[in-house]
Design a protein around this ligand. Structure first.
Ligand code: ACO
Ligand code: OAA
Length: 463
């Protein structure tokens, strides 16, 4: 663990002595120290599981899975979160209501701090208030982005989609990657996790400055304020976007970042990050690849698509459309060969609990909002229509059906920006996974592909 001491930025060491023990908790204050304790035990745990179960089969793989986007194919290991089709996501075994109750909150706040969720994803433990405060301070201290990255963003035409700008900037952060440097310097495999941890922390810490700069540049929203080291991550992100004075918006971001962070290992963004990281591309390269997957309309971009779809509906049908008019609009979407954005899911078979958490937030903070009411009305109409149309395996809403409505309520109505916020959050899950992959020595990913001719030959003459 020699990297543990060597890699910590000296500025941070003096400003925030991370190594001291909490007076209130038996656990060490620093996340990196706690990780250093957990990793050897987990290496032994994985060894034991592989020794006992390594040669056991999961069941048959059918040809349809090769053609069908690998649905249900058991192929990955990730302990941070697991998705049950009926129940939805659990982060380290905890449901969304459970983490809302258990994770530390900001003073006067009632939503969980994403800092706590990151700690939970990485360690499997609920952190103390002091531990999350330390993470807030650590991320604030790491938050500055290099000047050349600022220049890259400032040179982007405002017509370049915010997600493309986001991916560019995150790729460019690889310039200062601790992992890439350590690899060039000949670091031992056993120590990979140390510089990966540093990059992962830097990545998360720098995203608000990137997101804020993109938002201000593209939507002409004026000068970026600086990060306030005495405040939490979500406050700072809100403030960079120009919403720091609105406590309800800050609370929304705390909830938003917490619930969008991770959705087990197989979703497009998480899996892309893991796959690219498996080539020992550093966390910045791995995460920029993940962002490009998140930018697709069947994945993270669906939250932008939902708002565009709702706005078109309002423009066509007015502010208070009848159920009949809304039904017709939904059918016209399907008949045009398009998907209803925000509905359906590759794994879930019930309403996404992330949708429910956002609905509860709306009921508390904006019950009379017209767009929120429309979203509620649609919820009562879309599932029956999708069932009648007979294709979608899951007719229920996913997380993206609700997020834009909340952001719009507070004035963040530039829907092209929404997936950037999703991307800030998803970094928490991908970063946690990259740290553990390097700690456990996860190998290069390289599944086998087959040609259609090979499939035909394999089963020729067999029923
Ligand atoms: C954060 C997230 O990524 S959550 C998902 C965000 N994406 C969306 O909301 C976009 C709308 N939804 C969809 O396109 C899909 O439901 C997906 C991409 C999420 C899941 O896709 P799949 O696992 O392939 O879904 P499923 O097995 O149910 O698809 C079967 C058929 O139903 C269709 N279908 C699924 N959902 C919908 C929908 N919301 N509207 C219309 N048709 C749908 C599929 O397009 C597919 O049609 P096809 O046979 O002509 O190709
Ligand atoms: O799980 C998935 O495939 C998509 C999803 O909801 C997410 O990544 O948040």
């Amino acid at each position: 663990m020699s990297f543990l001491k060597a890699s910590r930025p000296s500025l941070l060491r003096t400003a925030f002595p991370a190594a001291r023990l909490s007076s209130t908790a038996a656990k060490p204050v620093s996340l990196k120290e706690r990780l250093a304790e957990l990793i050897p035990k987990e290496i032994e745990n994985v060894k034991a599981v592989r020794a006992e179960h390594g040669k056991k089969a999961f069941g048959p793989v059918v040809v349809d899975q090769l053609y069908g986007g690998m649905r249900g194919l058991p192929a990955l290991i990730w302990d941070g979160s697991v998705l049950d089709p009926e129940e939805g996501i659990r982060f380290r075994g905890k449901t969304i209501p459970e983490i809302q109750a258990a994770l530390p909150k900001a003073p006067g706040g009632s939503e969980p701090l994403p800092e706590g969720l990151f700690w939970l994803l990485v360690t499997g433990e609920i952190p103390t208030q002091e531990q999350v405060a330390e993470l807030s301070r650590d991320w604030a201290a790491r938050s500055a982005i290099p000047e050349f990255v600022e220049e890259i963003l400032d040179r982007c035409p405002p017509t370049l989609h915010p997600m493309s700008q986001f991916g560019l900037a995150v790729t460019a952060l690889n310039h200062n990657s601790a992992f890439a440097k350590a690899y060039q310097d000949g670091i031992s495999k056993k120590e990979y996790w140390g510089p990966t941890f540093e990059d992962a922390m830097d990545l998360i810490a720098k995203l608000p400055n990137i997101a804020g700069r993109i938002y201000r540049n593209v939507f002409a929203k004026g000068k970026l304020p600086s990060i306030d080291a005495s405040k939490d991550y979500s406050y700072n992100l809100a403030n960079l976007l120009g919403f720091g004075e609105n406590p309800a918006f800050v609370e929304l971001l705390r909830l938003y970042i917490t619930i969008h962070s991770d959705h087990e290992g197989g979703n497009v963004s998480a899996h892309t990050g893991k796959l690219v990281g498996s080539a020992l591309s550093d966390p910045f390269l791995a995460y920029s690849a993940a962002l490009n997957g998140l930018a697709g309309p069947l994945h993270g971009l669906a939250n932008q698509e939902v708002l565009i779809w709702l706005r078109k509906m309002q423009a066509q049908l007015g502010q208070d459309p009848s159920d009949e008019a809304v039904k017709e609009y939904i059918w016209s979407t399907l008949k045009a060969g398009q998907v209803v954005p925000g509905y359906g899911h590759a794994v879930l078979r019930k309403t996404d609990p992330r949708y429910t958490a956002q609905r509860e937030f709306a009921l508390k903070h904006l019950p009379e909002d017209k767009l929120f009411k429309l979203v509620g009305q649609i919820y009562h109409l879309v599932p029956d229509i999708l069932l009648e149309a007979g294709k979608a395996k899951n007719p229920w809403p996913n997380v993206d059906a609700h997020s834009g409505v909340l952001l719009t309520h507070y004035g963040l109505d530039q829907m092209q920006f929404y997936t950037v916020l999703f991307g800030v959050s998803r970094a928490f899950g991908v970063a946690a996974q990259l740290i553990w992959d390097r700690a456990l020595g996860a190998p290069l990913e390289r599944p086998k592909s087959y040609s259609t001719a090979a499939i035909k030959k394999m089963f020729a003459g067999k029923p």
